[in-house]
Design a protein around this ligand. Structure first.
Ligand SMILES: Nc1ncnc2c1ncn2[C@@H]1O[C@H](COP(=O)(O)OP(=O)(O)OP(=O)(O)O)[C@@H](O)[C@H]1O
Ligand SMILES: [Mg+2]
Length: 363
């Protein structure tokens, strides 16, 4: 890219224009210039030449500097505009600057013009940089607000889920464990109060109580297993995912291909839970929403990174939904990923399906 300043000169007097160009050259300024004389040429040059600065005569036979300034202002408000005239009076000059013209110079004092050009260009450059920084800050700020809103929504959702979960556990504890324990207590009381005359009856009752205790332990296991994917604790991530996929295949006719790349080791509990949950939510989403016929799941360990990729060939997720902070399944995946410092990437194309990718550093 050239660093030459592009100067558009609006001047009807050819010799004045050439004099101006000579003066600019003499100053050592690196520039390229175009001379225009009419309104039509001026408007065309604004778009084709795209000047960095405009030097305009004050009065021209069929046009004038003020009109030119207003035309430029509408299309390119940031381009500096300097009036170069032989006749402009002090009062006019003040009025022009008040109206937004960058500066003015007299034709008989062209040496004063060069510093004005360099200053105007420098100021515009600084303003432009400021605008870029402000725009960046604004985008960052908006992003921050958006992610704050997402976190607030997710926290609200989590609270609701936890309350529902607590209510369910309380119900299960009351209806299942409560009943069973009351039954066991009554059985023990019957033995204590000598309700059985024969030893065989006592033995029979004790055996019954022992099997009730076993059933209670089973109930307890069932309730607690619903709190976290216990399968991960016992089997580890890979067999758990295999199990998930096997169970998934039983519920659907969607073809599901799982590639595990001979990974056999166990991973950190938090990493495993996150990978399992992301896989589980993705499969549920495919089943519920995707209208897919095929799914490919791949787990890979490469360069100290564990990655999971789930692709479907369904209808895809609209970007409006992907960005929607109210969708809890996707938000939950993102939250889980961020908790373990993993990257979660969801890409989707209408009618070409969706790909969920999760990647985390492991030791
Ligand atoms: N694989 C997919 N293919 C097509 N659309 C999908 C897919 N996954 C998600 N979606 C769309 O994205 C939306 C948001 O998904 P998300 O999992 O957050 O919510 P949900 O499944 O509707 O409800 P929840 O997961 O909270 O029970 C879904 O309602 C669905 O429209
Ligand atoms: Mg979902």
């Amino acid at each position: 890219m050239s660093n030459k300043i592009k100067i558009l000169i609006l001047e009807d007097n050819q010799s004045d224009a050439e004099l101006l160009q000579r003066e600019l050259k003499k100053s050592g300024l690196s520039f390229s210039s175009e001379i225009v004389q009419t309104q039509h040429e001026f408007i065309a040059a604004l778009d084709s030449f795209k000047p960095d600065i405009i030097l305009s005569d004050y009065s021209l036979p069929s046009f004038d500097g003020v009109t030119a300034f207003h035309i430029k202002q509408k299309k390119y408000p940031d381009t500096p505009f300097i009036i170069v005239s032989g006749i402009i009076g002090e009062e006019n000059a003040v009025e022009l600057i008040k109206n937004g013209v960058t500066d003015y110079a007299l034709k008989n004092k062209l040496f004063a013009l060069i510093p004005k050009i360099t200053r105007a260009i420098k100021e515009e450059k600084e303003k432009k940089e400021k605008r870029i920084v402000n725009k960046k800050l604004k985008t960052e700020h908006e992003k921050l607000l958006k992610s704050e809103a997402q976190i607030r929504n997710f926290a609200k959702h989590l609270n609701q889920v936890m309350e529902d979960e607590q209510a369910r556990i309380a119900r299960d504890l009351h209806d299942e464990l409560g009943q069973q324990l009351v039954g066991i207590k009554m059985g023990i009381r019957m033995i204590k109060e000598d309700n059985y005359t024969e030893q065989s009856m006592i033995d029979e009752k004790i055996n019954k109580l022992m099997s009730d205790v076993d059933a209670t332990i089973q109930s307890l296991r069932k309730i607690s297993s619903q709190l976290r994917p216990r399968i991960i604790d016992t089997l580890g991530l890979i067999p758990s995912i295999e199990f998930l996929v096997t169970e998934f295949k039983k519920k659907t006719t969607i073809k599901c291909h799982l590639e595990l790349n001979n990974i056999s080791e166990k991973f950190d509990k938090d990493v495993s839970t996150c990978f399992f949950r992301v896989c589980q939510e993705s499969l549920t989403n495919i089943l519920k929403h995707a209208e897919a016929t095929e799914i490919a799941i791949e787990i890979k360990k490469e360069n100290k990174k564990l990655s999971l990729k789930i692709s479907d060939n369904g209808k895809g997720i609209a970007s409006r939904i992907l960005e929607n902070p109210f969708s809890m399944g996707l938000l939950g995946m993102r939250e889980r990923a961020s908790i373990i410092g993993a990257d979660l990437n969801i890409t989707s194309k209408k009618d070409f399906g969706t790909t969920v990718q999760l990647k985390v550093k492991i030791n």
